[in-house]
Design a protein. Structure first.
Length: 283
């Protein structure tokens, strides 16, 4: 399992060197966009609208837009220094709470934790302490240049970090439009709804749920592939850049024009009989 972060977790005077691994993976079926005519993949280029040219990565800087078309440019060195300062800090558990006190709306992404060299005993200590008390740890950590509020808990036999949203990242429910006020519900309707819930109540078994759309899409792709309904872009020889082509055209046109404009060499005049007689007389 790929290690995406290394660091340490501390609670009190206990320090646990750990490695972090993604606990989930995106299995969404990625579809490419092709040019309908020739079935070639579409390219997305970074273009400056003012200079009207493609921009390389090394020509790009980061900035914060504090007002319309007004930016504060941030140097990469400054950002890297901030990241380094935060990443070098240990992940300190600052509070212990009960898991049921946190609403699921706060949860974001899960990561498995494994002990790094020399951290096995401390890892086991924290795991056992969390299990026995039924508590989870609240901590802050830096992941991918973003400070995260996180929960540290036990999942089966592994310590897990769950990143959670900061309170100001969760939108106010008062801003949700068209939510009805408390409406008087008939007692018979309510009892019927509760009976239906009771009938459908079961233990949570995640294995029985699957992504039916993804399965159907993969089956469709496989069927088309087996029926040879596939496309391969036609590879053609890359044309000579316009500037080179135009240069050759210009050179040839200039050469042709020069040939047309070049004056023809003057022919020597033929000597007539009269001229010859004059020369004889003079002599």
């Amino acid at each position: 399992m790929h290690t995406m972060w290394k660091g340490s977790i501390s609670f009190g005077l206990v320090n646990i060197p750990i490695k972090m691994h993604a606990a989930t993976e995106d299995k969404d079926v990625k579809l490419r966009q092709l040019h309908k005519e020739c079935k070639s993949p579409i390219k997305y280029e970074k273009v400056c609208p003012v200079c009207d040219k493609e921009i390389k990565n090394e020509e790009i800087v980061k900035a914060y837009e504090y007002a319309k078309n007004k930016f504060v440019v941030l140097d990469e060195e400054d950002l890297e220094a901030l990241r380094k300062e935060q990443e070098d800090r240990a992940v300190e558990i600052v509070d212990f709470v009960k898991l049921e006190e946190i609403d699921p709306i706060y949860f974001e992404k899960s990561y498995y934790l494994s002990p790094n060299e020399g951290g096995g005993k401390a890892y086991s200590l924290l795991r056992s302490a969390l299990k026995d008390t039924g508590k989870i740890g609240i901590a802050k950590m830096m992941i991918r240049s973003k400070e995260q509020l996180a929960v540290i808990r036990v999942y089966e036999n592994v310590l897990v970090v769950e990143t959670i949203h900061f309170p100001d990242e969760v939108r106010n429910v008062q801003d949700v439009p068209n939510v009805p006020e408390e409406t008087k519900i008939g007692e018979k309707e309510l009892e019927t709804a509760k009976m239906l819930i009771d009938q459908l109540t079961t233990e949570f078994e995640p294995e029985k749920y699957n992504d039916e759309y993804r399965t159907a899409l993969l089956n469709l792709i496989e069927e088309k592939k087996n029926n040879e309904e596939t496309s391969t872009p036609t590879l053609t020889e890359k044309p000579m850049p316009d500037n080179v082509t135009n240069l050759m055209d210009a050179l040839q046109a200039s050469l042709d024009r020069a040939k047309q404009d070049k004056p023809k060499p003057s022919q020597p005049k033929k000597k007539t009989k009269t001229t010859l007689k004059k020369k004889k007389a003079t002599s």
